[in-house]
Design a protein around this ligand. Structure first.
Ligand code: NDP
Length: 257
C-alpha cells in the first residue's frame, strides 16, 4: 500500500492568480500554512496583496502585479517565479472577473466590451498561464494545474452570459489539457464553486436577491472561500493524480449537473 503525505506541500512551489483577495487568498494562505512557497499574482490592488502576504505562514512568498489578460505579463510572471523559486509545482488559475451585460438592457458596444474583457481574463489568460507553466513543469518532471471554474458554466448566467461561457470553456480547456499533459505527469483539474462569500459576489448577496441566493442551497447559505480552497488542496495533493480531468462542484448541493 502506498503512503501519502496528505495535504502537505512542504518543498512545493505554488502560483495562485488573484491570490490577494477572496477565494485566491484563502487558497494561497492554505498552501503557505501547509508548507509551500507561494507566489500570488494580482492586478492592481497592491495594498490587498501586501496585506495577504503579511498574513501567510512561513517565509519567501512573493506577490507580482500582472494582468493575466496580458500575454507578455503572464510569460514574464511565470519566468520570474521559476527564477526565484527554482521551479513551479502547482498553478492555480483563480483570477477572474464577472461583468454584468444582460442582453435586453445592454448596448451593442457594452455587450462586445463585456465579451472581450471576460474571455481575455477568464479564458485566454488562464490558457496562456497553462502554456507557460506547463512548459516549465515539463522541464522539471511534472506538476499540477487547477482551474477555478463556476457553477455558472452549467446553470447559465443570464445577466453575465460571457462569464458562464468563459467558465464552460475553461472546463473544456481543463479536460483537453488533462489528456494532453498526462504523459508529462502534469495533472489538470478544476473546481466549480456556486456562490462564495467574497467581494465579487458581495453586492448581490447584500442586495434584494441575497436571501434567494442563499436559499438555492439546502444549507441556506453560500460557501466560504476556505471551502473552495479545500477542494484545491485535494487536487494538488499526492494521491489525487488519477482525478486528473475532474471538475469538483463546491456548491452546497444547490445544483446537480
Ligand atoms: P475577487 O473579486 O474577490 O478577487 C479577484 C482576485 O483576482 C483579486 O486578487 C484580483 O486582483 C485578481 N484579478 C482580477 N482580475 C485580474 C487580472 N486581470 N489579472 C490579475 N489578477 C486579477 O474574486 P473571487 O475570489 O470571488 O473569485 C475568484 C475566482 O472564483 C474567479 O475566477 C471567479 O470567477 C470564481 N468564482 C467566484 C464565485 C463567487 O461567488 N465569488 C463563484 C464561482 C466562481 P486585484 O485585487 O488587484 O484586482
Amino acid at each position: 500500500m502506498r503512503k501519502y503525505r496528505l495535504m502537505n506541500f512542504t518543498d512545493k512551489t505554488v502560483l495562485v492568480t488573484g491570490g490577494s483577495r477572496g477565494i485566491g487568498r484563502a487558497i494561497a494562505q492554505g498552501f503557505a500554512a501547509r508548507g509551500a512557497r507561494v507566489a500570488i499574482v494580482y492586478r492592481d490592488n497592491k495594498a490587498a496583496a501586501d496585506e495577504a502576504l503579511a498574513g501567510f505562514d512561513g517565509e519567501g512568498h512573493i506577490a507580482i502585479a500582472a494582468d493575466v489578460a496580458d500575454a507578455d505579463a503572464v510569460e514574464q510572471s511565470v519566468n520570474s517565479i521559476v527564477e526565484t523559486f527554482g521551479k513551479l509545482d502547482v498553478l492555480v488559475n483563480n483570477a477572474g472577473i464577472g461583468i454584468y451585460h444582460p442582453l435586453p438592457e445592454s448596448s451593442y458596444e457594452a455587450w462586445q466590451d463585456a465579451w472581450q474583457q471576460t474571455l481575455q481574463t477568464n479564458l485566454i489568460g488562464p490558457a496562456n498561464l497553462c502554456f507557460c507553466a506547463a512548459r516549465k513543469m515539463m522541464e522539471s518532471g511534472g506538476g499540477r494545474i487547477i482551474n477555478i471554474s463556476s457553477r455558472g458554466a452549467y446553470r447559465g448566467e443570464p445577466i453575465k452570459p460571457a462569464y458562464g461561457a468563459s467558465k464552460a470553456a475553461l472546463n473544456s480547456l481543463t479536460q483537453s489539457l488533462a489528456i494532453a499533459l498526462a504523459p508529462h505527469k502534469i495533472y489538470v483539474a478544476a473546481v466549480a464553486p456556486g456562490f462564495v462569500n467574497t467581494e465579487l459576489s458581495a453586492k448581490r448577496l447584500g442586495g434584494a436577491e441575497g436571501a434567494e441566493i442563499k436559499a438555492q442551497s439546502p444549507f441556506n447559505r453560500v460557501a466560504e472561500p476556505e471551502e473552495v480552497a479545500h477542494a484545491v488542496f485535494f487536487l494538488a495533493s499526492e494521491g489525487a493524480e488519477f482525478s486528473s480531468g475532474t471538475i469538483i462542484d463546491v456548491n452546497g448541493a444547490s445544483y446537480f449537473r
